[in-house]
Ligand binder design. Structure first.
Ligand code: AMP
Length: 215
């Protein structure tokens, strides 16, 4: 089972993917999280990627593809995985097609939402520096200001969640990523879901889709 979550930054891909990964018992692979981990550890991938991430631009395909291939080679992916933040352009989608295009059980879910919702979600998002859990200052505030409910870690605002970079990321999404909706629609693989519904509703729709084997 391979589940690809498409949608603009702030559509809730990461939040949904974390829950779905538990329910479907497959790993959640977020290229954004993998890149941030590399930045944190100051690896050669991270040093290179940081320059692009800070500006809200896409990291070059070669770097992301190599990093993802390493991750997909780990044993926990044997029954499948959930991809969040990949593919981000047609070239990346073609790479996935080469690897899995003909496989059964590939689902592409497009989380549809509007720009004002996305801006509100991203600008209020806070992330745990220790466990990576997401909070929101209005929609999902932590019990104690600035502290993660789950592990007690310190919450921070991602540098690319600041207003100017959000705008840039949305531009990049429109320019590079939104064409994937068409790409997968033509392959008859796309399933659209409104990401403005409550998270529980979105999750149950995705689970129904995966379990029914529909595409
Ligand atoms: P995300 O956490 O998915 O919002 O990603 C954060 C940043 O990581 C993006 O703005 C890009 O700079 C970079 N990034 C994540 N995934 C990819 C990808 N598939 N291709 C290129 N850059 C990516």
């Amino acid at each position: 089972m391979i589940l690809i979550l498409l949608g603009p930054p702030g559509a809730g891909k990461g939040t949904q993917a974390k829950v779905l990964a538990q329910k479907l018992k497959v790993p959640h692979i977020s290229t954004g999280d993998l890149l941030r981990q590399n930045v944190k550890e100051n690896t050669s991938f991270g040093v290179e990627a940081k320059k692009y991430m800070e500006k809200g631009e896409l990291v070059p395909d070669k770097l992301v593809n190599d990093m993802l291939k390493n991750r997909m080679g780990e044993p926990d992916t044997k029954d499948g995985f959930i991809l969040d933040g990949y593919p981000r352009n047609i070239a990346q989608a073609e790479i996935l097609d080469k690897m899995f295009g003909k496989a059964d059980g590939v689902h592409v879910v497009y989380l549809q939402t509007s720009e004002p919702v996305v801006i509100q979600r991203l600008s209020g998002r806070r992330v745990c520096s220790n466990c990576g859990a997401n909070f929101h200052i209005k929609n999902m505030p932590p019990k104690n200001d600035g502290t993660c409910d789950i592990c007690g870690g310190k919450l921070y605002q991602r540098t690319d969640d600041q207003e100017n970079t959000i705008k840039k990321r949305l531009d990049v999404y429109l320019k590079e990523t939104s064409s994937l909706v068409d790409y997968y629609e033509k392959q008859d693989k796309l399933f659209r879901i409104s990401a403005d519904d409550e998270p529980e509703i979105v999750i149950s729709m995705i689970l129904d889709l995966v379990k029914s084997g529909r595409r």
